[in-house]
Ligand binder design. Sequence first.
Ligand code: GH3
Ligand code: MG
Ligand code: MG
Ligand code: MG
Length: 332
Amino acid sequence: HELRRRNETARTLGFAEAPVNFTMPGKIVLVGRNPEDAMTWRAGLRGLVQDTIEISQADRVIEKIAADDAADVYLISADIMGSTGGLSLISDIRARANTRFAGIVVVHGAQDRKEAIMALDLGANDIITRGADPEEMALRLRSQMRSKKEADALRSTIDEGLRLAMVDPLTGLYNRRYALPHIAQIAQASNQAGQNFALMLLDLDRFKRINDTYGHAVGDEVLKEVALRMQKCLRSVDLVARYGGEEFLICLPQISLRDARITAERIRAAICDTAVTVTAQGDPVMSSVSIGLAMGGAPDGTPVQHDTQALLDIADRALYDAKAEGRNQVTL
Ligand code: GH3
Ligand code: MG
Ligand code: MG
Ligand code: MG
C-alpha cells in the first residue's frame, strides 16, 4: 500500500516510479509563513522522504521543541525571516538541547536570498532555491537526515562510553573514578564559601559471611538493595558512589555536623531495620553497615584545608573505629 502510494506520487511528479531506498526513518518539520507553501512541499516530498512530515508555523516550532516534540530536520521558508520571531528561529533551534544537532534547510526565492544567506550564518546547514525539483529537495533533506542520524549514533556511543567510565554496572551508582574529582570540587567550593560538607565511608558488616551463607549472587542483590536504600536517604545534591567491593562513599555538600549525623544514622537504620528479600522463596537476608564520618569545608566557621585524601583518611579511621566498637554504627 505504502509503495503504491509512493509510486503514485512519484508519477504525478514525473518519475516512472519512486526511487528505491529513498525513505529514511526520521521526522521533518516544514515551516512556512503560509501553510499552503508548506503543503505544496509536503505534496512534492510525499513518498520521497520520511514518513513523518509535519507542518508548523514559526512560533509553534519553539513551543513544540520546548515540549520535547523535536524533529530531525527543519525545512524553513526564508520568507518567515522578516516576520516576528522568524529571524531568531534558527538560532532558537540551535540553542535547544534537543534540536542542537538538527538539520536546518532554508528554502528561498530571488527576493529573499539575503535572508537565506543570513540563515546559513545563523546555523542553517543548507539552502535550496524555491521551485527546485522535488527530487533535489528530497535528496538534500535526506542528506541532512543521514548526517543527523550518524551524529546521533556517534553521540550515543560516546554517551555510553562516558557512562561506562563513570558508573558502577552492578548498582548504577557513580564509581570511585567519578567520585574523587567531584569531592575535590565540593571541597574547594565549600572552603571558598565557608560552608560545611561531610564525607562518609560505609562498609557492609560481615559481608563475607553473607556471600558464604547465601552465595555471591545473593550478595550482589544485597549490594543493589543497599545502594537503593542509601539513595532514598539522600538529597539530590548528595553524591553516593561505590567506592570498592562492599564499600560506599557519600559526599554531602552544605551540611552541618548535626544533620550529617542524622543522615548517617538514617542510612544505618534503613539498612539494618529491614531484611533484603532476594527471591520469593529465598530467606530474608539481614545486613548492616558501619559508617565513618568526616567533616570538611568550614566545620567551625573557619575553613580547614584538608585535601580530599586527608579527609578520606579521617573517614577511614572513623570507619575502623566503628568496626572495632562492634559494627552497625556511625563514628566521627
Ligand atoms: P567487615 O567489613 O565487617 O570487617 O567484614 P567483611 O566480611 O565485610 O569484610 P571483608 O572486607 O573481609 O569482606 C568483604 C567481602 O565483600 C569480600 C568480598 O568477597 C565481598 N565482595 C566484594 N565485592 C563484592 C561484589 O561485588 N559482590 C559480592 N557478592 N561480594 C563482594
Ligand atoms: Mg570492606
Ligand atoms: Mg573489610
Ligand atoms: Mg565489610
